[in-house]
Design a protein around this ligand. Structure first.
Ligand code: DX5
Ligand code: ZN
Length: 213
């Protein structure tokens, strides 16, 4: 990773690559020595955009089996898709949004707890961190948290500066969590996030612009 000095681990988001050239994009991800790939699933309801589905995740697994597949579910009813993502496409970590309707969230978490898959919560920029206290019990049983630094739905947005403060607060409340920051991250933000002790960052547009795919 000589091109990204002193940054957290970079996890490229495939959604930001040219959809007609995913294969080349994956080769670039491997060439840069990345170990994980971020797969954004959008259903056009939970977020105002549609991305790709489980068949793309399965194709990634087939093409690059050694890349760890993290699936970010921006969908209204994640449970409906577990079969496809966990069993058929080989997702290795799932992130579900804490902003789901409370009854859906409860059912989703119960279902995830019964499955042999690693999972964590994703948190939107406008969600007060106090909300996380409500779900403290669940969070203490997870290892990873995906903190959004843009409003989910699109790549290529501007990093929301308040994220830095939120990270500090999160670190205090949940020191056991490994944080991954998602959205609007370029080398500059990645370096600052490294200084804050962030473990990993999702990088979409900036990564694929850099590797020109
Ligand atoms: C936004 C997605 C992000 C996005 C990252 O809804 O969750 O993962 O693809 O892309 P950039 O880095 O371009 O913001
Ligand atoms: Zn994402």
């Amino acid at each position: 990773m000589t091109d990204f000095p002193k940054t957290p681990e970079i996890i490229p988001s495939l959604f930001a690559a040219d959809p007609l050239h995913y294969c080349e994009a994956l080769k670039a991800v491997e060439r840069f020595g990345c170990r994980r790939i971020h797969l954004d699933i959008m259903d056009g309801h939970f977020v105002p955009n549609i991305s790709f589905g489980a068949s793309v995740v399965a194709a990634v697994a087939k093409e690059c089996p050694q890349l760890f597949r993290e699936v970010h579910l921006m969908v209204q009813n994640p449970q409906q898709h577990f079969e496809a993502f966990i069993k058929k496409s080989g997702a290795q970590r799932l992130f579900i949004h804490i902003e789901l309707a409370p009854e859906v969230l409860e059912e989703t978490v119960r279902c995830l707890q019964s499955k042999a898959v690693d999972w964590g919560f994703a948190v939107n920029p406008e969600t007060p961190l106090e909300t996380l206290q409500v779900y403290k019990g669940w969070i203490s049983n997870t290892q990873h948290l995906l903190l959004m630094s843009v409003h989910p739905g699109f790549c290529g947005q501007t990093f929301i500066e308040e994220t830095y403060e939120r990270i500090k607060e999160l670190r205090e409340c949940f020191p056991h969590l490994k944080l991954c920051i998602d959205g609007g991250i370029r080398t500059l933000e990645a370096q600052r996030l490294h200084e804050l002790g962030v473990e990993s960052v999702v990088m979409g547009s900036a990564f694929f612009k850099k590797v020109s795919v």
